[in-house]
Design a protein around this ligand. Structure first.
Ligand SMILES: N[C@@H](CCC(=O)N[C@@H](CS)C(=O)NCC(=O)O)C(=O)O
Length: 216
């Protein structure tokens, strides 16, 4: 099987977490960000992740891929979501600052989906329109956005590190960890103790690399 992804895509990380957790033999293929045709020809839509199954058929939608991979061996391990609404409300509030902090930074570090200039230009054009300001401007406002994001992170005091619940993961973990993992690329973020522990334990359990070492 192959999984077509972008490294910075939180939806892709959901599928990659399941691969890592279940130690599945799936080849990761990083598509170039501007190569829309490579997505459309597989699933008829411009989005990743895309799973190419062993029979050559394609599957889209991150949570469908997560469920498919988790059930492959007939022994699914992921528990049901309990805090779906709480997580999506938090993500909406944090996302305003998160996107303005993350988008310029994806252009400042080395990522496989931005290996060529065309891919970087495509991302810069689309996301600049999305946040309605040039990346340089957004980056220059980092201190202000980081202060706001730090306040949002304090609201995650309910988040329990997996080691305190027998390392049993749920769809809540699949939904929130990718966002927190991406924030590790932002230098100056202050994680409350439980959140940092949560991120580190989740990364180890799912074999997902964090961005701390390249944070800007
Ligand atoms: N509902 C989809 C959403 C996936 C999605 O929005 N992926 C984004 C990347 S984060 C994408 O491929 N966007 C197309 C583009 O960047 O050109 C899922 O859960 O898999």
């Amino acid at each position: 099987m192959k999984l077509y992804v972008f490294d910075h895509c939180p939806f892709c990380i959901k599928a990659m977490m399941t691969m890592g957790l279940k130690k599945l033999d799936v080849e990761l293929v990083y598509l170039q960000n501007h190569d829309v045709e490579a997505r459309i020809e597989k699933v008829g839509a411009n989005l990743v992740p895309i799973l190419e199954k062993s029979d050559g058929s394609f599957m889209a939608e991150s949570l469908d891929i997560v469920a498919y991979l988790d059930n492959l061996d007939g022994q699914p391990v992921l528990g049901e979501s309990q805090f779906g609404e709480r997580i999506s409300t938090w993500q909406t509030a944090a996302g305003y600052f998160g996107s303005r902090l993350l988008f310029p930074r994806w252009m400042m570090i080395s990522l496989p989906e931005f290996a060529c200039d065309e891919a970087k230009a495509w991302f810069t054009k689309n996301k600049t329109e999305m946040i309605n300001r040039p990346f340089d401007d957004a980056y220059a406002k980092s201190d202000e956005y980081i202060a706001k994001l730090n306040v949002e992170l304090l609201k995650l005091d309910w988040l329990v590190p997996p080691s305190q619940r027998g390392n049993q993961l749920t769809y809540d973990d699949i939904n929130i960890f990718p966002t927190l993992r991406n924030y590790t690329v932002i230098k100056g973020i202050r994680y409350p103790g439980n959140v940092r522990q949560y991120i580190d334990e989740m990364a180890a359990l799912t074999d997902i690399a964090l961005y701390d070492s390249v944070a800007v």
